[in-house]
Design a protein around this ligand. Structure first.
Ligand code: ZN
Length: 266
């Protein structure tokens, strides 16, 4: 009596791709595609993280060796060291790379619709350098905040004409303008104790990005940003690394609060 051989189990080619873990493993090769972009993000940080009234940085502070997209390594790589003298250039080692990877992984895992994904990626390309610049020199340069706003408004406009309709776009513009006016008003009323004008210009894009999803989302983003900045300010006060009179940058919290609110609605 011969027994039929048991049928071979179906080959698992591609079947595992449908599982969440498959999504993650498929996402990582794409996430690593961000690494060639990080020298440009580092370049934006190195160039603009200078005190007000100072010319934009074009080379190493210590030896003057030229730093730019034409000569990215090693100064604009993860080690952030000048190729000439070994001095630190720009943002701390590995920081920009880790932030970019985290942002891209968040985008790929939450999978918003294509145009919204492109819009968020555009915004992050400016928002991530702004985060590091604001931490370093308490500035949010127009050269980065204004293109971030223009591109965000235009790309959301593209999403509107390709199917979403005018209503979410008008709400996005209204939310961007509203949040910017709120920040600008605190500057006028409270002076240096209010938000900065740079924060208001960053809010033009952050508010629009969030307002696309409803009026409550910019409020959520602002609450997240205020909570996060409050917790950090309290920790700095308790550890005596800041005083009540210290000026703390708000841009990084606006970026993180915006990203946090986006991840909650996607
Ligand atoms: Zn150098």
């Amino acid at each position: 009596m011969t027994r039929q051989p048991a049928p071979a189990p179906p080959e698992r080619t591609g079947a595992s791709d449908a599982s969440p873990s498959g999504n993650i493993t498929r996402s990582w090769p794409r996430a690593s595609a961000v690494l060639p972009i990080t020298p440009l993000l580092r370049y934006a940080v190195a160039r603009h993280a200078v005190p007000p009234g100072t010319a934009r940085r074009t080379g190493c502070d210590a030896c003057g060796a030229s730093v730019g997209p034409h000569r990215p390594w090693p100064a604009l790589g993860p080690t952030a060291r000048c190729g000439g003298c070994g001095a630190r250039v720009g943002a701390p080692p590995a920081s920009v790379e880790l932030a970019a990877l985290a942002a891209l992984a968040a985008l790929l895992l939450s999978r918003p619709p294509a145009v919204e994904l492109v819009t968020a990626a555009w915004w992050l390309a400016f928002a991530l350098p702004l985060l590091f610049i604001d931490v370093a020199v308490h500035r949010l340069p127009d050269r980065l905040t204004l293109p971030a706003a223009a591109g965000t408004w235009l790309l959301l406009g593209l999403a509107a004409v390709t199917g979403a309709g005018a209503a979410p776009w008008l709400r996005a513009i209204g939310a961007g303008l509203g949040l910017a006016l709120f920040f600008a008003a605190t500057t006028v009323l409270l002076g240096t104790r209010g938000f900065g004008i740079g924060d208001a210009k960053l809010a033009l894009s952050a508010g629009a990005l969030l307002g696309w999803y409803g009026w409550s989302v910019p409020v959520l983003g602002l609450l997240l940003a205020l909570t996060l900045s409050g917790v950090v300010a309290l920790a700095l006060l308790v550890s005596r690394r800041a005083r009540l009179s210290s000026h703390l940058p708000f841009g990084p919290y606006l970026v993180l609060g915006t990203l946090g609110a986006l991840l909650l609605v996607w």
